[in-house]
Design a protein around this ligand. Structure first.
Ligand SMILES: Nc1nc2c(c(=O)[nH]1)N[C@H]1C(S)=C(S)[C@@H](COP(=O)(O)OP(=O)(O)OC[C@H]3O[C@@H](n4cnc5c(=O)[nH]c(N)nc54)[C@H](O)[C@@H]3O)O[C@H]1N2
Ligand SMILES: Nc1nc2c(c(=O)[nH]1)N[C@H]1C(S)=C(S)[C@@H](COP(=O)(O)OP(=O)(O)OC[C@H]3O[C@@H](n4cnc5c(=O)[nH]c(N)nc54)[C@H](O)[C@@H]3O)O[C@H]1N2
Ligand SMILES: [Mo]
Length: 767
């Protein structure tokens, strides 16, 4: 049992290591710096060898270049001379690798053999070069013609009793053009089953924010960061997952803007930064300090922490009003724009500081100091990531952030707003152009009119529902436009078994991954071009469009030579599947894929926000989609912004929760390497980060081998416990290794987002 103790922000010693443990060496440097440059040099050497074509790196995020496939952080006007970061460079070099998995590779290695390879080795094998089908007789993938793979997929899809037996997964790298054609294909086929990576990621944002502010996206632009008076960073790790944000944070810090962090782990990328892009900074000692205050909230303690900040604001407001001072709350904004204030106020007045302290793990004074900084700032931006969304109450967390912002009118004015850090580079765009299991009738009406089809009105499956349908034997086919669904989802055993039962599994991917190896009756691998590569079609070279975290839509032009002559673009693969599946299709797929301008014209026809799409996207930097809430227009049923209150159940104060995190050397399920530089880990991933006092309480020591159990039978065995600066009652392990601890039915009831970040666990010494 763990004894409850609220911890002061600075109560945890940074990186104390009592005994040496292999591969664990606290990292003293800043984020970025020489370490980042060395890592880039290493990955270029490993992936691109002697024939290094670093032109790719120089075209990244250029007006005439391609959008970095790494993350969804926007580029300054998309016209900067050189916008590039270590992890963007890894994403690009891993795509531009000189390694190949060709038919010889598959002749050499059976699927059973490849299954034993780790996730790093599978993707490190290189780029896929040929369409493949699984031959069960020999247990090998064998090359096949495009015609053959399309026709096999089409035959299997046509053989289904009804279209809802197929699941159309979409990962977030797909371009707007590819995703739009994909949803057209599935809807013309007859289903809205669109499990997508958003379901595992920012679904709590997509579901929570429309109810609060009328739009499921962020309200800020990059320029807003230049005008903010305070920035809060809650539950995200920019040094690793959106490193270009560090330049923005560093600029704010240099202006004297307080940056307040709430994160159970001390993340170097939130503490200090040395920009590898500024030679002057690189040559000088020191680095830019980022966080002005760092609060190590307990895992899952954000709801209580945010409640505490709002309670403190109310108390400050009361005190100021009583002494004839100014209002702390933005009363005119609340009166003119919002509903639900009284309910929120009653909830906050009833919440006890004792409950807030115990649930958040932060002392009242720390929370009050956050509230004071919030109240003093005229313009506040709150940024958040998976530390907020991937919880059983992720949607409530998101709405609590909106509540806090609304209290002082911090939405819809310059320098203020809500900033969800999106994941994949085009995950937001994929949603915008129709990848959703919950389409509106209005959108479907416009789609039907644009293509003379009748799309189904019945809502479809999200990711958890799709896997559950496969598990129950109700879904028989899985098409994946990118991604590695089986590894990304909770409960790998259940997911692996579910996919192996299918009649058809189609993987449209650049690289081999574990999901491709889950063989169904018919298993196909359709290798596609990457974002960085030339895409030649009937009308000449084509380019695609993407939407970043801040709703900027812009062009992405691949310039590199494709890794093999036989690859097709994602739009062309989708079109090939559609033609083979829908012999009576009403859409002219060849016309659409011959010139992507025509796909964009159709996107414009279905989504009015894309007016003059082809023209506007040709201006450098592209254009911003309309976000009504940024202009204080609230697209809610009553036209108001809503304070929304929930009674989130209390966490058992004695329990230990596990959160799952990304290392610095991975892109989701793609493991680039085994180092996690900023957390001081090298050459391994089999660790669990623990608070020193928690370890002592469990009679364990730094370096002990432990088993981690979430419920009877769900055990992650023999991992090394590491004493780390992490909040009390909180532990962390790497994703996807820890996914075995999460049952498939442990998710946020409102959004369906798996509770990847609050897994109740017990830890014991390994036998
Ligand atoms: N290089 C690289 N870039 C990426 C990715 C990648 O894997 N590699 N993935 C992309 C994708 S798809 C996504 S969604 C984003 C993910 O970007 P992030 O949201 O930054 O992702 P995580 O690694 O899951 O980190 C979550 C952070 O939340 C903290 N945290 C965990 N639990 C809690 C909690 O209960 N409360 C609070 N306040 N904090 C908590 C963790 O300590 C960690 O710092 O990054 C994108 N960019
Ligand atoms: N425990 C735990 N689980 C998690 C998370 C967590 O924080 N903790 N995070 C969740 C989140 S936020 C997400 S977004 C999901 C990620 O889930 P996914 O999006 O399914 O996974 P990725 O690892 O990003 O997908 C990698 C694969 O995409 C393919 N690929 C790469 N580039 C391209 C391309 O340009 N086109 C195509 N067609 N394919 C390409 C490659 O073959 C590669 O193997 O995982 C989720 N799972
Ligand atoms: Mo994500």
């Amino acid at each position: 049992m763990l004894k409850e103790k609220a911890n002061h922000p600075d109560a945890i010693p940074a990186g104390e290591t009592p005994t040496p443990v292999e591969g664990v060496h606290p990292y003293a440097g800043p984020a970025g710096g020489w370490g980042a440059l060395r890592a880039v040099a290493r990955t270029i050497r490993d992936q691109m060898g002697a024939s290094t074509d670093t032109r790719a790196l120089l075209q990244m995020n250029q007006p005439e270049g391609f959008d970095c496939p790494g993350c969804a952080w926007p580029d300054p006007k998309h016209t900067s001379s050189f916008e590039f970061c270590e992890n963007g460079a890894k994403a690009v070099t891993w795509e531009a690798t000189v390694k190949r998995v060709d038919p010889d590779f598959f002749a050499q290695h059976s699927v059973s053999e490849l299954w034993e390879w780790n996730d790093h080795a599978l993707e490190d094998a290189g780029r896929l070069t040929h369409p493949l089908r699984y031959d069960a007789a020999t247990d090998h993938f064998v090359p096949a013609s495009w015609e053959d793979v399309f026709s096999r997929a089409g035959t299997a899809l046509q053989a289904l009793e009804h279209a809802d037996q197929a699941e159309f997964y979409c990962s977030g790298r797909a371009s707007n053009e590819a995703a739009f054609l994909y949803q057209l294909f599935a809807r013309e086929f007859g289903t809205n089953n669109f499990p997508d990576c958003s379901n595992m990621c920012h679904e709590a944002t997509s579901v929570g924010l429309p109810k609060s502010i009328g739009v499921g996206k962020g309200t800020v632009t990059l320029e807003d960061f230049d005008h903010a008076d305070a920035i809060f960073c809650i539950g995200h790790n920019p040094g690793t997952n959106h490193p270009r944000m560090l330049s923005t944070l560093a600029a704010a810090s240099k202006r004297g803007v307080p940056i307040i962090v709430a994160n159970p782990m001390r993340e170097r990328g939130l503490e200090r930064f040395k920009s590898p892009q500024h030679p002057s900074e690189m040559l000088l000692p020191g680095a830019t300090q980022l966080a002005s205050a760092y609060h190590q909230v307990k895992i899952g303690g954000d709801y209580a922490m945010l409640s505490g900040m709002m309670k403190a604001l109310l108390e400050m407001h009361d005190a100021s009003m009583a002494s004839g001072g100014p209002a702390v709350l933005d009363l005119p904004f609340i009166a003119d724009h919002c509903t639900g204030f009284e309910k929120l106020e009653a909830y906050l007045r009833a919440a006890s500081w004792d409950w807030i302290e115990r649930q958040s793990g932060l002392v009242r004074a720390a929370i009050e100091s956050m509230a004071q900084i919030y109240a003093k700032a005229e313009r506040v931006i709150i940024c958040y990531g998976m530390g907020i969304t991937q919880h059983k109450h992720g949607t409530e967390n998101v709405q609590q952030i909106a509540n806090l912002l609304l209290l002082r009118g911090n939405i819809g004015k310059r320098g203020a707003g809500i900033c969800p850090l999106r994941g994949h580079s085009n995950v937001q765009g994929d949603r915008t152009v129709g990848i959703t299991e919950l389409p509106s009738d209005a959108m479907l009406d416009r789609l039907d009119a644009a293509f003379a089809i009748q799309s189904p009105r019945k809502h479809g499956h999200n990711a958890v529902q799709a896997l559950a349908a496969m598990q129950r034997g109700e879904a028989h086919a899985l098409i994946s436009l990118g991604g590695n669904l089986a590894v990304a989802m909770p409960d790998p055993d259940a997911c692996f078994a579910a996919i192996r039962k299918l009649d058809l599994s189609v993987n449209i991917v650049t690289k081999l991954n574990r999901t491709c190896l889950l063989t169904a009756k018919e298993t196909l691998i359709l290798p596609c071009l990457g974002r960085t590569e030339q895409d030649m079609q009937a009308a000449g070279p084509q380019w695609v469009t993407v939407e970043d975290s801040m709703s900027m839509v812009h062009a992405s032009r691949g310039r590199l030579k494709p890794p093999a002559p036989d690859l097709k673009s994602e739009p062309c693969i989708v079109a090939g599947l559609a033609k083979a599946t829908l012999p009576a299709t009403r859409s002219d797929w060849d016309m659409l894929t011959g010139n992507y301008d025509r796909i964009r014209d159709k996107i414009e026809a279905v989504f009015p926000d894309f007016r003059d799409f082809n023209q506007r996207v040709r201006t450098p930097g592209g254009f911003r989609l309309t976000i009504a809430a940024s202009e204080r227009r609230w697209n809610t049923p009553d036209g108001k912004a809503h304070f929304i209150v929930h009674d989130v159940p209390s966490r058992d104060a004695d329990s230990l929760l596990l959160t799952t995190i990304r290392s610095h050397d991975q892109y989701n399920t793609t493991i680039y390497g085994f180092n996690d530089r900023y957390r001081g880990i090298s050459g391994r991933r089999d660790v669990i980060f623990c608070n020193q006092d928690d370890l002592a309480m469990l009679d364990l020591a730094h370096g002990d081998l432990v088993d981690v159990e979430s419920e009877p039978g769900r055990v992650m065995q023999a991992v090394t416990a590491i004493a780390h600066p992490i909040a009390r009652g909180s532990t962390a392990a790497y994703y996807p290794e820890a996914n075995c601890l999460i049952p498939l039915d442990d998710y946020d009831a409102q959004s369906g987002t798996p509770a990847y970040k609050s897994i109740p666990v017990t830890i014991r010494r390994s036998a």
